[in-house]
Design a protein around this ligand. Structure first.
Ligand SMILES: *Cc1c(COP(=O)(O)O)cnc(C)c1O
Length: 395
């Protein structure tokens, strides 16, 4: 692909562009204020103060206290930490964890690992929209349940979970509630007290911040073990010299996300609905995956019958369009997405799926081009599909 070719980037659930104001905020912490925040001399104070400021911005955005924010290397680490450390610290009380079938692999694979260590893990089913069933959650609770981990919003189909209700159920039973809010944070307002959230995972690169920096919110009073042993950083819970530029960038990204949230997400919702409307109207044998309204402002996920999502992605790429067939983690494998199977799609439909996730830079003109491209490609792929031919003949 030539440099001059235009790019339509619709994979913002995989990662986002680091906002220029975020990069600008970070730069001095590489070149000028490079002191180690743990050092004694005045020079390193600038680094220390910058971390404090970012922590304050983040804590405020969630209605949390600064000492409840622990920086990590990203969403996967935060998810691992929340599950593994809770399991260890609360082992005396029980060994049962409840999560859902549609979690990110950072939660699912940690759950599998914990099961090998003797924990029992219940994976809740979801309905056809990808929403956790609250009645099933209540039924799954045992005297030995120590943790409920349900994501805030799904990274593939965009469905937003009834987090407030889940938090209330957890609280009522005295069980800790962790939520992977990597997709929701920055797109939806979140208050940890109102929602009874005890732990929350986030990652900067999903909200126009840099890659490799995240945090885990841990409510005061929750017993949690150190995840990385070593120095005294992060209240001795997560050792290692702080990623100062990353933390500064994270703070700037959150400040920007909070400031722009209302306008940005309103615009994204409108464009998302425009895209969904056009695709469903203009491409036959197509369905929308995920909840129609309770979904992330920037997420659209379609299944096109009789085609392979991978072929569609490759041909979209030739048109300069970046999309995804599932999560970045499963791309490259031929297994259909666990999320699409969990909402009840048959394998062959799940295989023909496309996720498009918008940013605040996405324009209507770009979406018009994308729809035309999809129409052309789907028609072409179907014309080569024996399944489609067979279906049309028998109709
Ligand atoms: C991207 C993502 C993660 C992983 O975050 P990293 O910072 O890439 O490790 C975890 N959960 C969800 C829902 C995600 O979308």
């Amino acid at each position: 692909m030539g440099e001059e070719k235009r790019l339509i980037y619709l994979d913002n659930a995989a990662t986002t562009k680091t906002a220029p104001e975020v990069v600008e905020a970070m730069l001095p912490y590489f070149t000028e204020n490079y002191g180690n925040p743990s050092s004694v001399y005045g020079f390193s104070q600038k680094s220390k103060e910058a971390i404090t400021k970012a922590r304050e911005i983040i804590a405020k955005s969630l209605g949390a206290k600064t000492e409840e924010i622990y920086f990590t290397a990203g969403g996967s680490e935060s998810d691992n930490w929340a599950l593994k450390a809770t399991a260890e610290a609360y082992r005396g009380r029980g060994n049962h964890i409840i999560t859902s079938r549609i979690e990110h692999h950072a939660v699912l694979h940690t759950g599998e690992w914990l099961a090998k260590q003797g924990y029992e893990v219940t994976y809740l089913d979801v309905d056809e929209n990808g929403t956790v069933k609250l009645e099933e959650l209540k039924k799954a609770i045992r005297p030995t349940t120590i943790l409920i981990s349900i994501m805030f919003a799904n990274n593939e189909i965009g469905t937003i979970q009834p987090v407030k209700e889940i938090g209330a159920i957890a609280k009522e039973h005295g069980i800790l509630f962790h939520t992977d809010a990597v997709q929701a944070y920055g797109q939806l307002p979140i208050n940890v007290d109102e929602l009874n959230i005890d732990m929350l995972s986030s990652s900067a690169h999903k909200l126009n911040g840099p890659k490799g920096i995240g945090f885990l919110y841990i409510r005061k009073g929750v017993k949690i073990r150190s995840f990385i042993h070593g120095g005294a950083q992060e209240r001795k819970r997560r050792a290692g010299t702080e990623n100062v530029p990353g933390i500064v960038g994270y703070g700037a990204a959150v400040e920007r996300a909070v400031r722009t949230m209302e306008e940005r997400t309103a615009k994204e919702r409108e464009l998302r609905d425009y895209l969904i409307g056009r695709v469903l109207r203009e491409v036959p044998y197509t369905r929308l995956n995920g909840h129609r309204t309770e979904r992330l402002p920037n997420n659209a996920n379609f299944s096109f019958q009789f085609i392979e999502g991978e072929s569609l992605l490759i041909m979209l790429d030739m048109d300069g369009i970046c999309g995804s067939s599932g999560s970045a983690c499963t791309s490259g494998s031929l297994d259909p997405s666990h999320v699409l199977l969990a909402i009840g799609l048959p394998h062959e439909i799940a295989h023909g799926s496309l996720r498009l996730t918008l940013s605040d830079e996405t324009t209507k003109e770009e979406l018009d081009e994308v729809v035309e491209s999809i129409k052309k490609i789907v028609e072409k792929l179907r014309s080569m599909s024996p399944l489609y031919e067979d279906y049309m003949r028998r109709r």
